[in-house]
Design a protein around this ligand. Structure first.
Ligand code: ADP
Length: 356
């Protein structure tokens, strides 16, 4: 069992820099949590407070019912995998894998059993007598994972473990980590700036911005039910379109300088307090419908195989629209569209919170 409960975690660095404000979460046994956000949002600081590498300024961390807020890092029974692998260059792969157990004076036979089991799991059997510099980037990253695995810690912590790998290898290693999690069902906390890694790996995602947790939810909740404009804009590629406008005086239309459309009954009810007020409409490229009474001019056509992506303009407003199929349009053509109103989002312009 390894459940982690974080209560009002806060980090203030010297000079009153608040890196993390009020981080709260209940992490269940075996859960894969991904903390995602742009550079400087407080992801690593949060992970380092969990690991005990950074002092917690206020708040509490409870591991399996025990308060570990002031427990030293080495006594927290967590293993961390870093992006720079941190392998020992002069040691063989076998020695690298065995190192943490040797330090803890684990019995030699037991060390051998664990190292061989982990090497088999990570496909490193053939590499055990080599030195790190003889291995590829992916293999080295696997050794770094293996060093965490031999210890069977309560929680695995990953700090951008794949960001030094090229794009293809990153995708491969991402799958390997996912398979690994399914095999060993350990609690994992993973930090990344890459929203695709978050969507593909996580049971639950924590989205952070400027030291604040913006939303915690399953990948589907984060993608289709964002709490605010930041979350909506950070997750998804190509990103969500945002259209700035107003709700008309009769409450029936969304109106911008460049286009307007009739709201359906559900939207009218939801937006009744926003009559004559500024709102932001958020529409993912795949949430346009290829029929209706709105028109956009195609500027660039990108064939993605199963879909066609149009960079277009609705008068002066730019939009990215994605339709199913390989569609034969050229620059300058008009496309006809409407919005799938069940899937679009409205945000209050004043605070950028989702209107529900
Ligand atoms: P991320 O991992 O999301 O890129 P960090 O957690 O590393 O972000 O940093 C969050 C904020 O805290 C940033 O503004 C960063 O400049 C600041 N910060 C990080 N480490 C220190 C430190 N040792 N001293 C002062 N400020 C720091």
């Amino acid at each position: 069992m390894s459940e982690l409960n974080l209560q009002h975690l806060k980090k203030v660095y010297e000079g009153d820099v608040v890196a993390v404000h009020d981080f709260n979460i209940d992490i269940k046994d075996g859960e894969f949590i991904v903390i995602v956000g742009p550079s400087g949002c407080g992801k690593s600081t949060s992970l380092r407070m969990i690991a005990g590498l950074e002092e917690i300024s206020s708040g509490k961390a409870i591991l399996d019912g025990k308060d570990i807020t002031d427990v030293a890092s080495k006594n927290r029974d967590m293993a961390m995998v870093f992006q720079n692998y941190a392998l020992y260059a002069h040691m063989t792969i076998y020695q690298n894998l065995a190192f943490s157990l040797t330090l803890r004076h684990v019995d030699k036979k037991e060390i051998h059993r664990k190292v061989m089991a982990v090497a088999a799991m990570l496909n490193l059997d053939e590499q055990l007598n080599k030195k790190p510099k003889q291995l590829s980037g992916g293999q080295r990253q696997r050794v770094a994972l293996g060093r965490a695995l031999v210890r069977t810690p309560k929680i695995f912590l990953f700090d951008e473990p794949l960001s030094n790998l090229d794009a293809k290898l990153r995708v491969k290693m991402r799958r390997e980590i996912k398979i690994l999690h399914q095999k060993i069902t350990a609690t994992m906390i993973y930090v990344t700036h890459d929203q695709v890694e978050a969507l593909t790996l996580a049971d639950r995602i924590v989205v952070m911005s400027m030291g604040h947790v913006q939303q915690i939810g399953t990948p589907l909740e984060i993608y289709s039910n964002p709490n605010n404009k930041f979350v909506a804009s950070f997750v998804g590629n190509p990103p969500m379109n945002f259209f700035y406008g107003k709700i008309s005086a009769d409450g029936n239309k969304f109106v911008t300088d460049d286009f307007s459309f009739d709201l359906d009954e559900k939207r009218k009810i939801m937006l009744k307090e926003y009559i004559n007020k500024d709102v932001i409409l958020g529409v993912r490229p795949e949430h346009f419908i290829p029929k209706g009474d709105l028109k956009a001019k195609v500027e660039i056509v990108e064939h993605l195989g199963a879909h066609t992506l149009f960079n277009c303009s609705i008068n002066r407003t730019k939009a990215k629209i994605k339709f199913e199929g390989w569609l034969d349009y050229k620059e300058g053509d008009d496309i006809i569209f409407s919005f799938n109103q069940d899937l679009i989002c409205f945000f209050d312009k004043r605070n950028e919170e989702r209107i529900r």
